[in-house]
Write a protein that binds this ligand. Structure first.
Ligand code: ADP
Ligand code: MG
Length: 321
């Protein structure tokens, strides 16, 4: 079996791109990165634990993609430009049949977003992946959670709920039917909305990425901004696979599903046209789904304006243990 250092050299070390933000990458005590003048560092960490965030049977190439995708999604939600990332990896064995495809999936997405792997740690242990992403953004342009104001429109990118449909199908819940490829791809290969996050700088008033379910994640914006909101359930874009299911399930999965990795953001009504243009430039559809209100609380209404009782159930790892 290869040693730790052979693994790092073989799979996780590549020459930094000339002229990029990496002065020094893998191989020294620290990496050295150069942010652009006038920008601050945006940093975020996400951990993926086998049995908790992914199934043991998950294709390692898809896992490599997803581990970085969920972290890039946080940079997207901040409007930050990717600078580099680190990878802390605990592996039960130095099994190259697993590591090679994992590194392939990881580095393919890294290349697609021009974000280099600049360091990490490799150890033996129960399979556990922890990525830290570093980005940079001008402080006044960062898409924070605390900037939503009464009257702002609420938007979401892409479509929601297909990833949750895929999870329900994979864990064998009854009545889900066949799992279409598109829904499985939404779960295993989320596409972080980095270009959209960048395009929304100076336009959106607040943003978050939808990882735990739209209503729960929107609630974080509301709490941090000290405002309330009204969401029109029928306006929420539902994934193509989920759209073939009964309406109650569509709303449950689209509003509370999780694993969507779309952006939910707010912007003043007079930015409406600029939001559409930014989305077109980024190549991602966006949909207006509601409005920020004075006060507090999140109200979800149906097409006739009736309040729906769809409580936001954000995922909590320590909830029913
Ligand atoms: P240290 O003793 O300083 O922790 P290591 O021997 O753990 O250094 O790692 C050597 C170099 O390899 C460091 O630059 C570290 O950032 C990098 N590295 C270790 N594991 C990984 C990994 N999984 N992916 C990328 N770089 C890694
Ligand atoms: Mg180390």
């Amino acid at each position: 079996m290869p040693s730790e250092f052979e693994l790092i050299a073989r799979y996780f070390t590549r020459a930094p791109r000339a002229g990029g933000s990496v002065l020094l990458g893998v191989g020294d005590d620290c990496a050295l990165l150069t942010p652009q003048a006038g920008e601050v560092i945006a940093v975020s960490t996400d951990m993926l634990v086998e049995g908790r965030h992914f199934f043991a049977s998950t294709d390692p190439e898809a896992l490599g993609h997803k581990a970085l995708a969920v972290n890039l999604s946080d940079l997207a939600a901040m409007g930050a430009r990717p600078l580099g990332f680190t990878l802390a990896l605990a592996l039960p064995a130095a099994d190259e049949r697993w590591i090679a495809p994992f590194a392939r999936g990881l580095l393919a997405l890294a290349d697609a977003h021009a974000i280099p792997l600049v360091g990490g740690d490799t150890t033996r242990g129960p399979l556990n992946l922890c990525i830290t992403v570093l980005g940079s953004v001008a402080p006044e342009l960062a898409l924070r959670r605390d900037g939503a104001r009464p009257g702002d429109e609420i938007w979401v990118s892409g479509e929601l709920g297909d990833a949750r449909l895929a999870v329900e199908t994979l864990i064998g819940n009854a009545g889900m039917g066949e799992l279409p490829n598109g829904a499985a791809a939404r779960l295993h290969r989320p596409q972080p909305r980095v270009a959209l996050g960048l395009a929304l700088r100076g336009i959106a008033s607040a943003a978050i990425d939808v990882s735990d379910g739209l209503l729960g994640d929107l609630s974080h914006i509301l709490e941090r901004s000290g405002v309330g909101a009204m969401v029109e359930a029928e306006a929420v874009p539902v994934g193509a696979a989920l759209a073939r299911h009964p309406l109650a399930r569509q709303w449950e999965f689209a509003l509370n599903g999780g694993d969507d990795y779309e952006l939910c953001f707010t912007a003043t009504a007079d930015q409406h046209a600029r939001v559409i243009t930014a989305a077109t430039d980024a190549g991602v559809p966006v949909t207006r789904i509601g409005r920020i209100l004075q006060g507090s609380g999140l109200q979800v209404v149906d097409g006739s304006g009736q309040t729906l009782t769809i409580a936001s159930r954000s995922f909590d790892h320590f909830a029913d243990e």
